[in-house]
Design a protein around this ligand. Structure first.
Ligand code: MG
Length: 281
């Protein structure tokens, strides 16, 4: 049975700069067995090469083609919507590079789009400029709507969604968001792997993005508890993942990949514990 994985990064593969135990073994098994996978991140700051390098330095030999960022998804989407367009960007290198690669010019006057990513370079002048551009007719695009991001030292900082909320409040214009859980990014990632929805498994630690996106597109969803979500949090959601595991290590006990069969090919999609489920299959 052919399957492939879309895998969130922060809280799944690493926390801050630290590898989550077992994540390297899981990814190495995917590489060894030539199982298709893509790391899916809502962080638009870095290019895919930067992200691949960060993972390689943690001892996991992935390549650039294994990384898909919301900046890439946004740039590709815009190049389809309006080829050769212009953008005013609130964001950093990953977003600027992706837009350039997709035929966009970055401008500071009369852009087609105001595109917002996260970053630390935000100033009040940039916000003022963006508000005026939107009032003058530029379209507001968010790379993602994550309200905040974890910082390396266990803290939290405002995310892209918070900046977008400010622009929405100031202009009365609603942003269109491309990153997870938007079907634009979720579907583009699946297509990148050449998989059908029924062959796609989404692994993530965030209900509002990874799991919601996977549920909406009919992927098999696996929630890992190694990031921002605990089992108790699940009570507040009207949807649930198909599988909950403590971390990626649970998907490769004793150095062997657990055989996950996606939704449409299973007769029983109720198990909540991978170990118990693995024992009976
Ligand atoms: Mg995450």
């Amino acid at each position: 049975m052919r399957t492939g994985f879309l895998i969130d990064m922060d809280g799944v593969l690493y926390r801050g700069g630290e590898l989550i135990p077992g994540a390297d073994q899981f990814v190495n098994l995917l590489l060894e067995q030539r199982i298709p996978f893509l790391f899916l991140t809502n962080n638009s700051q870095r290019t895919r090469r930067d992200v691949a390098t960060k993972v390689q330095r943690m001892g996991i030999p992935i390549e650039e083609r294994h990384v898909f960022t919301c900046a890439m998804a946004t740039a590709r989407f815009l190049s389809q919507q309006k080829p050769g367009g212009t953008a005013y960007v609130i964001g950093e290198g990953g977003l600027l590079t992706a837009l350039h690669r997709n035929g966009y010019a970055i401008v500071d006057k009369a852009p087609d789009y105001v595109v917002v990513g996260e970053g630390r370079t935000l100033t009040f002048e940039m916000l003022e400029t963006a508000v005026q551009m939107i009032m003058d007719g530029a379209k507001l695009i968010a790379t993602n709507l994550d309200p905040n991001c974890p910082t390396g030292n266990g803290g939290t900082r405002p995310g892209c969604g918070a900046i977008v909320a400010l622009l929405e409040a100031a202009t009365g214009v609603k942003a269109f968001s491309v990153g997870k859980p938007s079907p634009v990014m979720m579907r583009a990632a699946r297509k990148e792997l050449n998989l059908a929805a029924s062959e796609t498994i989404m692994i993530g630690d965030t209900m509002e993005t990874d799991i919601l996106g996977g549920v909406q597109l009919g992927y098999y969803t696996v929630l890992v508890l190694s990031g921002g979500t605990s089992r108790n949090d699940l009570r507040g959601y009207g949807y649930r993942p198909e599988l909950i595991v403590d971390s990626l290590a649970d998907l490769c006990p004793q150095g062997r990949l657990v055989d996950i069969v996606p939704t449409s090919n299973r007769d029983d999609d109720t198990p909540m514990d991978i170990r118990q489920w693995a024992l009976t299959h």
